[in-house]
Design a protein around this ligand. Structure first.
Ligand code: DC
Length: 229
């Protein structure tokens, strides 16, 4: 069974997806980490912005990057080195966002994501195109939303925890800009997939959101082995 969770920045996608996967005993497929890993490899090779479609495809084909599901988790490694915390820096966030616009990169990673999904009986995945492009046949597609104030408050709490100094207004402005850019971009723009269930998380605690989704999954019947990606 595949559950794909989408929605705008600050709607709670990552937290909800991780908790839901844990609760159901499913694999959490963090597609964002895969974009980050590619950005990390490009940066390591001194090629932050690879140019030329052909060169890029050749580079991707030879890349030593390995994605695998181990112990119900996505493990990413490069030449034997496990990649985890190094993917979380602001530089890598920025670089991942840039390379995620390249069609060759998207094709490469979408193919890997589909192959990974074939290995698990249950997958919870989250990300811009997971419900629309990667897994349009997912058994459950959820579009998480929340009003912009709520989303800004959640993002601000994360920033403050990391020691950044920001105001609520600044955060709200950043989120509004990101919404605008995300919904206008050419490749996999932010939009709800067909047959998505909308869930407004504004007045809800994370646990309540997870509970609601777990109920939906139980209704669908869990543990079905997928035969196609
Ligand atoms: O969710 P994240 O911040 O870890 O994602 C890193 C970058 O990758 C972000 O700029 C969005 C992009 N991304 C994407 O284009 N498609 C996905 N399915 C997941 C992430």
């Amino acid at each position: 069974m595949i559950i794909a969770i989408d929605g705008p920045a600050g709607a709670g996608k990552s937290t909800v997806s991780k908790l839901l996967a844990k609760r159901l005993g499913f694999v959490y497929l963090d597609t964002g980490a895969m974009y980050r890993a590619l950005a990390w490899v490009f940066a390591k090779n001194g090629q932050e912005s690879p140019s030329g479609e052909e060169t890029l495809r050749a580079m991707l084909a030879q890349m030593e990057l390995r994605f695998a599901i181990e112990n119900e988790r996505l493990e990413i490694s490069c030449g034997g080195q496990t990649l985890s915390e190094e993917l979380r820096s602001p530089e890598i966030s920025e670089a991942a966002s840039k390379i995620s616009r390249l069609p060759a990169v998207r094709e490469f990673l979408v193919d890997r994501q589909r192959r990974l999904a074939l290995q698990g009986t249950g997958i919870v995945t989250e990300g811009r195109d997971t419900a629309t492009v990667v897994f349009p046949n997912a058994e459950l597609k959820v579009f998480l939303t929340a009003d912009i104030r709520t989303r800004a408050r959640r993002r601000l709490a994360e920033y403050l925890e990391k020691g950044a100094s920001m105001s609520l207004e600044q955060t709200e402005r950043l989120i509004a800009e990101r919404d605008e850019a995300d919904s206008r971009r050419d490749h996999s723009p932010l939009r709800p997939a067909q047959n998505s269930v909308f869930l407004d998380t504004s007045g809800l605690a994370i646990e309540e959101v997870v509970e609601k989704l777990a109920e939906m999954v139980e209704k669908l019947g869990s543990g079905k082995k997928r035969s196609e990606a």
